[in-house]
Design a protein around this ligand. Structure first.
Ligand code: SF4
Length: 241
């Protein structure tokens, strides 16, 4: 949506960072050139066809995404799909889309709204596990899918050891309490990260498992050298699922 997206991407690359973009795909076709400068691209899509258009409230979105994906060459292309009472069972068809277009798909347990009834959620994630076993390019580890099915995310967060979230107003906040820690527009990032409020967050975060997304779950378990997570990460790194 930003007119200066090319400039933003170019500056980040010039600073030597890897860069990925997460998009609903609506403007992807118009700005397809941007994908040449990205290291990876993540498209959020919870269904296919008209169902996706309805969920997003955007006519022709699915067609536009399919068109754009066809044009993207040699890119690490991923799809993010939330399994919720808005998207299930249509979300299972996104695995076929991923297979067809050579993408890796990550299924996500919903955060906040859209939670499925316990029994249906169990059935949904077990179906996804079966698809993975049948060779669909599903990037989640088996353990994540089983945890999501059981609604029991047993892990200790390590996300704050290697990652920060900067909000669009430049602020960095305590992800557990929401308290303000600093603002990257006005302060040196290194100083913010050395602040006792951030260091305290790092310590208490090791006991937290509030986030049910696969990113927090898989990365925390990989850092803690849990076999299944490490194995899954290595497979993803080598381009296998
Ligand atoms: S699991 Fe807890 S500590 Fe980790 S990112 Fe989520 S809210 Fe923050």
């Amino acid at each position: 949506m930003r007119d200066d997206i090319f400039e933003i991407v170019r500056s980040i690359k010039e600073m030597g960072f890897k860069i990925g973009l997460i998009t609903n795909g609506n403007y992807l076709n118009e700005k397809i050139e941007i994908t040449k400068h990205l290291d990876f691209l993540i498209i959020s899509m919870d269904a296919v066809g008209e169902k996706l258009d309805t969920l997003r409230g955007i006519t022709g979105l699915y067609e536009r995404i399919s068109d754009a994906v066809n044009k993207i060459k040699n890119k690490r292309l991923m799809i993010n799909t939330v399994v919720s009472n808005f998207s299930y069972p249509d979300c299972l068809k996104v695995a076929d889309f991923a297979k067809k277009y050579n993408c890796i798909i990550f299924y996500e347990y919903p955060i906040g709204k859209g939670l499925l009834e316990k029994k249906i959620s169990f059935a949904a994630f077990m179906q996804i596990l079966k698809l993975k076993d049948r060779g669909y390019p599903i990037g989640n580890s088996r353990q994540y899918l089983i945890s999501a099915a059981r609604e029991d995310f047993e892990y200790k967060c390590r996300v704050r050891d290697f990652s920060i979230t900067v909000f669009n107003d430049g602020s960095i906040r305590n992800c557990i309490t929401g308290e303000f820690i600093g603002n990257t527009y006005f302060e040196d990032l290194r100083l913010i990260l050395m602040r006792k409020e951030f260091q305290n967050l790092r310590k208490i975060s090791h006991q937290c498992n509030r986030c049910t997304d696969s990113g927090a779950y898989e990365s925390s378990r990989t850092i803690r050298l849990k076999f299944d997570a490490v194995f899954n990460s290595l497979r993803l790194f080598w381009g296998k699922t």
